[in-house]
Ligand binder design. Structure first.
Ligand code: ADP
Length: 254
């Protein structure tokens, strides 16, 4: 892949937790390139290393060995100040629990990362984002006055308004009913197709993964397969193959 087409890359990534008898190998020799302006889903059984991979890619967690790049920035090796700057300027996050500040209005939540960075929003882009997530008439509301789906739409707008290099989403529909979840996924897909955003989403839901352009499958800390233009059925079939007794045994033996 041409370097300009890669939004994030992991090279020979290795991550362990703990030491000695209690050591857990969460990622082993992971090599992956995540394409720019694409929607990539990371899937795998519980404990396969999905969240660890996302956290390492986003500079939220240190790696034990190997390298991570976001764009042309080498994330591994950055100090605290560099990591703070990276998280502020290059990445956006969408969490399962929305993580909005309860005392701020929707508009204030959306603009908070930019104001912390001392940046002014691009007015035209802000308007586009607000209209795309359909929040125009809710901007003065506080999170407690919004439904779960609306709160997650605020979180999506917050992630996108700074036009980050990559948006990382961790089970973004995990707390939503299926209709609100579908809205969020459609919106994420649209931000990729129409606006060229790059999105990396961790999910265990084959239906959510079917909105992505590409699915990467993890098992036992390794990438074991990938799928382009996935359907929910094909993803489910592939996952069944990963949740084998053999995989469970291998995990138990660690
Ligand atoms: P997934 O997101 O696929 O469920 P994780 O990335 O959370 O998997 O975890 C991968 C492995 O690393 C699991 O065996 C998990 O128990 C272990 N792990 C994750 N985080 C920690 C941690 N902070 N300390 C110790 N072990 C951890």
């Amino acid at each position: 892949m041409d370097a300009t087409e890669v939004a994030a890359r992991a090279t020979d990534l290795y991550k362990t937790y703990g030491s000695g008898e209690a050591q857990v190998i969460a990622l082993r020799e992971v090599n992956v390139e995540l394409e720019r302006s694409r929607f990539t889903a990371i899937m795998g059984p519980s404990g396969s290393g999905k969240s660890t991979l996302m956290h390492c890619l986003a500079g939220l967690d240190s790696v034990s060995r190997g390298q991570v790049h976001i764009g042309d920035t080498q994330v591994t090796g950055l100090g605290d100040a560099g990591l703070t700057k990276l998280r502020r300027d290059k990445v956006g996050f969408i969490f399962q629990q929305f993580n909005l500040l309860p005392t701020l209005t929707a508009a204030e939540n959306i603009l908070l990362p930019l104001s912390i960075a001392g940046r002014k929003p691009d007015r035209e882009w802000y308007d586009t984002v607000i209209d795309t997530v359909n929040l125009r008439d809710r901007l003065g509301h506080r999170p407690a006055q919004l439904s779960g789906g609306q709160q997650q739409r605020v979180a999506c707008a917050r992630a996108l308004v700074a036009r980050p290099e990559v948006v990382f989403a961790d089970e973004p529909t995990g707390n939503l009913d299926s209709r609100s979840g579908a809205e969020i996924l459609s919106f994420l897909r649209r931000s990729v197709r129409d606006y060229g955003q790059t999105i990396v989403m961790v999910t265990h839901d084959p239906n959510a993964a079917s909105y992505a352009d590409r699915v990467i499958f993890l098992a036992d800390g390794q990438i074991v397969d990938e799928m382009r233009d996935p359907t929910a059925e094909a993803v489910l079939d592939r996952l069944k193959g990963l949740d084998t007794p053999a995989a469970a045994t291998a995990k138990g033996e660690r």
